[in-house]
Design a protein. Structure first.
Length: 353
């Protein structure tokens, strides 16, 4: 009869191999139990791996659209808020113009002028609103403040108006001659406003003295097939008309004018003001439609994402209960192997002599 020697070292090495394999399997099982998908999608799915890649790519595309839509929504909401402030400022100027109709009381005129200045300042601040470092009303030139402040010292728009007044009438606003300005005819206040002042709020004069914005506005792709306008420009007609009505009111209603001439100033300022309110609200309506389209696009994207995510889960998802059971079994196997290894390493003839 032949006997063979079996060393405790060989048994220990065999258990060590078992533990190493179990540890690798435990890493995979832990990942699958935690993430809810296969540890190695390629090895598990084989030729269907391309399908999972396509689904992942489409989901990431939708996520990117949702992210840009979130930014677009913020821009639209902020623009609406700013234009709401502009519209209120225009209404405030209109109220003051109605108050001073037919009055020559200087304190009333001064109070109205101060209110016009406050409203003008509100408009300028709203026009230069920035969100996340981008000016809302600068068009596509979003890194540049769109509107110069007429009320600041050194304003080129203010200097241009003063020069235009002097050039047309032959004297400045503080001269005694202002009391001789006729309401209509030639020369007259009406002719000055329609032929000299109105053109200053359009074309190159507006670009040179007031605006650094572009006429083109920001747009965003909100879905695979839709692109919407997500901002407006200070160059829009409503914004220009506000500036025109505010300047006419600020510069002229407080002058020592004849009653008929002041009435003509107020009449024209109210006309410009009404056009400003109408124009601003038209821009709000356009952006409101964009807000609605973004909301609908977001709802559609969310549904698409859910469908694709469910398909992907069906393809690469694992049974969470089964994965958790595997983790427990592997942990038990490793612990048992460690125990056996420790006991085998303790085996020695010395303990039996």
């Amino acid at each position: 009869m032949k006997t063979s020697n079996i060393s405790n070292m060989s048994l220990s090495n065999a258990l060590r191999s078992t533990v190493q394999k179990a540890q690798i399997d435990l890493i995979k099982a832990n990942y699958e139990a935690t993430e809810g998908k296969y540890f190695d999608v390629g090895a598990t799915l084989g030729v269907q791996t391309a399908v999972s890649i396509d689904l992942n790519r489409e989901i990431e595309r939708i996520k990117a659209l949702q992210s840009t839509n979130s930014i677009a929504t913020q821009r639209l909401e902020s623009s609406q808020e700013a234009m709401g402030q502009m519209e209120k400022a225009a209404q405030k100027i209109k109220e003051q113009l109605l108050i001073v109709q037919g009055t020559r009381d200087q304190s009333t005129l001064t109070a109205a002028n101060n209110s016009v200045i406050d409203a003008f300042d509100t408009f300028t601040s709203a026009a230069n609103t920035a969100v996340a470092g981008e000016f809302l009303f600068a068009g596509i030139n979003s890194d540049v403040k769109p509107l110069d402040n007429y009320l600041e010292a050194g304003s080129s728009a203010k200097a241009a108006f003063d020069a235009a007044f002097l050039g047309y009438f032959g004297f400045n606003q503080s001269a005694a001659g202002v009391n001789s300005i006729a309401a209509t005819g030639s020369p007259s206040m009406e002719e000055f406003l329609t032929t000299v002042v109105e053109p200053m709020f359009d074309g190159t004069d507006w670009a040179n003295d007031w605006s650094s914005a572009t006429d083109a506005t920001m747009t965003n792709r909100i879905s695979q097939t839709e692109i919407v306008q997500t901002s407006t420009s200070i160059n829009a007609d409503g914004m220009k008309k506000f500036a025109l009505s505010a300047v006419v009111a600020k510069e002229l209603i407080g002058l020592n004018l004849q009653e008929a001439t002041r009435s003509k100033v107020i009449e024209k300022a109210i006309q410009y003001n009404n056009e400003a309110i109408s124009g601003i609200n038209a821009e709000r309506t356009k952006l409101g439609l964009s807000e609605t389209r973004v909301k609908k696009a977001d709802d559609s994207l969310a549904i698409q994402k859910d469908i694709l995510s469910n398909n992907l889960t069906d393809l690469i998802g694992v049974d969470a209960y089964e994965s958790a059971t595997r983790v427990k079994n592997l942990e038990a196997l490793i612990n048992t192997s460690y125990t056996l290894t420790a006991r085998i390493q303790q085996l020695s003839l010395v303990n039996f002599l």
